[in-house]
Design a protein around this ligand. Structure first.
Ligand SMILES: *[C@@H]1O[C@H](CO)[C@@H](O)[C@H](O)[C@H]1NC(C)=O
Ligand SMILES: *[C@@H]1O[C@H](CO)[C@@H](O)[C@H](O)[C@H]1NC(C)=O
Ligand SMILES: *[C@@H]1O[C@H](CO)[C@@H](O)[C@H](O)[C@H]1NC(C)=O
Length: 490
């Protein structure tokens, strides 16, 4: 009799668990149209995290994984790579380095617009849209790609927008986050929160341009894409209405690597979602190379878009010659081709086209990270407590590295200004003055001192939005107000 009761109890518990698992299992669509590996890795980390958490995810992007992942379906944007190669930057970003905010702004606008276009014309994507699939929530990266917001209306699902870096005009507008040009540096300007008079003026102007040009140029194009993407939805709201309806914005940044600023309750910092909790083992030869580096290692990697070998000869020489000051240190450079460093024995130099960067940064022999300052690299440097020498080349890199320098764990030398002398003295300073390493350690501890990991925080908020049907309670009423009411001008 007792045994029978036990079995009943067990069955009940199993049924309850089953029901709970049904309630908490969501169907989630992710759309990450940017053909840049770093943007994709943020999106992929989130979507894979959600699949591991027991949800059924569908990921639309120009990338695919080599191994299939359970509950993770991929939809390939088949035109994006060809379009990117044809229209953009000859595969390198150097030719758009150091331009003024206006040119930089137009470059991003063009990039964001084109990548939306490549998604819009994708047949795989069209098939998904025409399918009768249902989703509980849709996550998308928006770089001037507001046409994609129509997916929320089409699938009757709340929308979460992500940004591969900190808050900027095209994400703050979605949730009504306030902008103070006096202390919030616009992404492309390379200022920190401490600006002098002229910098504040430049910064304000750049926000005004965003304000004026976005509705004039971008929204018109996006409206056209929206019609193209959903030709059979005559009641589709306008771009402006769709933007007001975004539930949440996830930012790939953290206050320790950015600057302190106010956010509405539906704008959340989750920078570092892509950082593995367990350090992946390095290949044997690399592990040995690091373990045997008695005098430490200088690690140089300029991100997924820029190859060292594509730098102009004078910059390459300046960098290689600057290493001459440290003949006993080992050097690791991410590059496709071999590089000869005359001051160093061949077995003190390691050059490979791709590295498990996190595992290298986790090694205690690495004493300085020479980086382009992309958001992911900076988050990794901070996570693994490494001082940086920054060579910012485009976009947010100037800002990230200006902040690293302000926080005294890095030195920033804009790409245009690289000379042998400047790089050598920056290396000397970081390697001889221990306060950089100490500051990196302090900031790393601050960064890691969070209630939960960035990925766990992001998953929590995605579920919160799904459970609460878009979580309108988080949305500031400000987004519904015309500006003259918002500012009490009437
Ligand atoms: C995949 O999703 C199903 C429900 O859709 C769930 O029962 C199963 O546990 C999930 N698998 C993993 C590995 O999370
Ligand atoms: C706004 O989003 C909700 C879900 O969060 C959806 O039900 C509603 O249809 C959307 N409205 C518009 C105008 O997009
Ligand atoms: C060491 O670096 C810090 C900044 O990180 C600087 O304030 C300090 O003056 C430096 N010390 C020396 C001896 O140069």
């Amino acid at each position: 009799m007792n045994r029978l009761n036990g079995i009943y109890l067990l069955c009940e518990v199993l049924v309850i668990f089953y029901l709970i698992s049904l309630i908490n299992c969501f169907k989630i669509l992710g759309v990450f149209p940017c053909p840049s590996r770093s943007h994709y890795s943020v999106g992929h980390a989130l979507m894979k995290g959600l699949a591991d958490d027991g949800h059924e995810v569908t990921m639309v992007s120009p990338f695919s994984q080599t191994k299939s992942i359970e509950n993770y379906t991929e939809i390939l944007l088949e035109h994006s790579w060809a379009g990117y190669k044809r229209d953009f930057m000859k595969g390198n970003l150097l030719e758009v380095s150091g331009v003024n905010f206006w040119t930089s702004f137009m470059n991003i606008l063009d990039y964001g617009t084109k990548q939306t276009g490549w998604a819009v014309t994708s047949e795989n994507f069209q098939q998904l849209i025409q399918s009768d699939q249902k989703f509980d929530v849709i996550i998308m990266e928006l770089i001037y790609g507001e046409a994609l917001l129509g997916l929320g209306y089409h699938f009757r699902a709340p929308v979460i927008a992500t940004s591969a870096f900190g808050a900027n005009k095209w994400t703050t507008d979605l949730v009504g986050a306030p902008i103070f040009p006096s202390f919030m540096p616009n992404t492309n300007n390379g200022f920190t929160d401490r600006m002098d008079f002229w910098q504040r003026m430049y910064n304000s102007l750049s926000y005004w341009f965003d304000d004026i040009v976005m509705p004039m140029v971008s929204t018109t194009i996006q409206q056209k894409y929206l019609d193209q993407l959903f030709p059979n939805t005559p009641d589709m709201p306008t771009i402006t209405e769709l933007k007001r309806n975004v539930s949440l914005v996830l930012l790939s940044t953290h206050v320790t690597v950015g600057t302190a600023r106010p956010y509405p309750p539906n704008m959340i910092e989750v920078g570092g979602m892509h950082i593995d909790r367990e350090i992946q083992p390095l290949p044997q030869h690399l592990q040995q190379f690091l373990d045997d580096a008695e005098h430490g290692v200088i690690y140089l990697a300029l991100g997924s878009c820029i190859q060292f070998s594509k730098l102009t000869n004078d910059k390459k020489e300046a960098i290689i010659n600057a290493f001459g000051e440290f003949p006993n240190m080992r050097i690791i450079i991410k590059n496709e081709e071999n590089i000869v460093i005359p001051s160093h024995q061949a077995d003190n130099v390691l050059i490979e086209p791709w590295f498990l960067q996190q595992s290298i940064l986790a090694h205690s022999a690495v004493r300085v990270f020479v980086t382009h300052g992309g958001t992911l690299s900076i988050l990794e440097a901070v996570h693994f407590a490494k001082p940086v020498i920054g060579i910012p080349i485009v976009f947010d890199e100037y800002l990230n590295l200006a902040v690293a320098q302000q926080n005294d764990y890095g030195i920033s030398i804009p790409f245009q200004e690289i000379t042998e002398n400047r790089l050598r003295s920056a290396l000397k300073e970081i390697l001889s003055n221990s306060s950089y390493a100490k500051n990196a350690q302090t900031i790393s501890e601050r960064y890691r001192d969070q209630l939960r990991t960035p990925l766990a925080i992001a998953i929590h908020w995605v579920k919160h939005v799904a459970k609460n049907k878009g979580a309108p309670h988080l949305r500031m009423f400000a987004v519904e107000m015309p500006f003259y009411v918002l500012y009490n001008l009437d």
